[in-house]
Design a protein around this ligand. Structure first.
Ligand SMILES: NC(=O)c1ccc[n+]([C@@H]2O[C@H](COP(=O)([O-])OP(=O)(O)OC[C@H]3O[C@@H](n4cnc5c(N)ncnc54)[C@H](OP(=O)(O)O)[C@@H]3O)[C@@H](O)[C@H]2O)c1
Length: 370
């Protein structure tokens, strides 16, 4: 279906590896058969966005430049591909942009521009009551949580449905106040699972409201022993490890527990908040992964890294973005979290948003309105 008027596009380009954003004209790219084009009204910032900017030599080293990064967007559908039946022009949607994925590597599919081409399978209609700024917080956190919990390559839990009966099993979500964590808690609870999680005490109330049965402070010296004790009379369904130090802690806990000794790992062993050095990163990455794998093997624990957009390739994508989320949002059964904090109102505001995200946030998603 052709757009009614030919739009002009503007993008926040990264022209060279590790380069700064440069706002400038961009092509208007038509959708492929299974894609839609969204006029973005709000985009949200993820750690990945500044990690690519800071550590492009190792993080997403396949990206060709100039590149348009960004994963989270919400806006209005302006054009649909020939095979798309679920959306039409004018629909309000949220969507996960996958332009930086290795198998995509396409600036037309990055979120940080006015018009983004997204896979239909990673888009969901949003109710009229939900603002674009609030909707934009969800896509990557949601898909990463769904990948961790539901893919058969990971925890393989049963899917969320309205009024799910109790599953009779407990999931550990380490890092519950992260973007990924608040989505993982909501999805696991909606699938009928009991949830134990970790966060700073200031966020415990929020996570209990989302349905977590216990929130432990991940900085407490007894946190692992406390969780092992709590799990001792429950049936563990596995763990999702989010945040620095989460994977080794979850491996130790899973190793000391019964049930499904599986850890879905969202966070790599090295961080880039304090900058990038190639030797330090390579040593930290290779050494860290080897240490985790050895620790897991010694304890009879299986672990697997998560790649949030993998849900585009399997049944979990449609199960969440098509079958679960739209009705759950419309009926108030799913909350758009973490709460949005608008830190910019144009593409020119993105660098400030990325820098602020890099300094750290707590149960908050930084959003730029467009
Ligand atoms: N593999 C993937 O596909 C994928 C996709 C998305 C994100 N990620 C990764 O997942 C992690 C979380 O990303 P995000 O965007 O969800 O994060 P975020 O929202 O920026 O995380 C902020 C939260 O991190 C929590 N936190 C800080 N240090 C922690 C620790 N050591 N253990 C547990 N929680 C800690 C803070 O909790 P309190 O304020 O409560 O202390 C804060 O609420 C990052 O490492 C990111 O790179 C991976």
């Amino acid at each position: 279906m052709p757009p009614t008027a030919q739009p002009t596009n503007t993008a926040a380009w990264i022209r060279t590896r590790n380069g700064a954003f440069e706002v400038g004209p961009a092509p208007c790219t038509p959708p492929g058969p299974d894609q839609i084009v969204v006029r973005n009204h709000a985009v949200a910032v993820n750690p990945l966005d500044w990690v690519i900017q800071v550590a492009g030599r190792v993080a997403y080293s396949w990206l060709t430049y100039p590149a348009v990064v960004g994963a989270d967007l919400a806006g209005e559908v302006v054009e649909t591909g020939s095979a798309v039946t679920r959306f039409r022009a004018g629909d309000r949607v949220l969507a996960l942009a996958v332009g930086t994925d290795r198998d995509v590597d396409s600036p037309a599919q990055g979120a940080f521009q006015q018009y983004t081409v997204v896979p239909e399978v990673l888009a969901a209609p949003i109710p009229a009551s939900l603002s674009y700024r609030d909707a934009a917080v969800l896509p990557l956190g949601l898909s990463t949580a769904a990948c961790s919990l539901f893919q058969t390559t990971h925890l393989g839990l049963r899917l969320p449905v309205a009024g799910a009966p109790p599953a009779g099993a407990t999931v550990l979500i380490w890092g519950g106040s992260t973007s990924v964590g608040v989505n993982a808690i909501q999805l696991a609870v909606a699938a009928g699972y009991d949830v134990i999680t970790t966060a700073s005490p200031r966020n415990a109330g929020l996570l209990t409201d989302l349905g977590a049965s216990r929130v432990c402070d991940y900085r407490s010296p007894t946190v692992e022993a406390d969780i092992i004790e709590t799990l001792s009379d429950r049936t563990p369904a596995g763990a999702v490890a989010i945040g620095l130090g989460a994977a080794p802690a979850c491996i130790r806990i899973a190793g000391a527990s019964r049930g499904n000794r599986f850890v879905s790992v969202a966070t790599a062993p090295v961080t880039f908040e304090n900058g990038f050095s190639l030797p330090r990163t390579l040593t930290g990455m290779v050494g860290g992964v080897l240490r985790w794998q050895l620790a897991a093997r010694r304890r009879g624990v299986r672990m697997k890294f998560v790649f949030g957009s993998d849900v585009k390739k399997n049944d979990v994508g449609p199960a969440i973005f098509r079958d679960f989320l739209p009705a759950a949002l419309a009926e108030g059964r799913y909350r758009p979290l973490p709460r949005a904090s608008v830190v910019g109102t144009s593409l020119a505001g993105l660098q400030k948003a990325l820098d602020q995200q890099r300094r750290g946030v707590s149960a908050t998603k930084l959003v730029v309105e467009l």
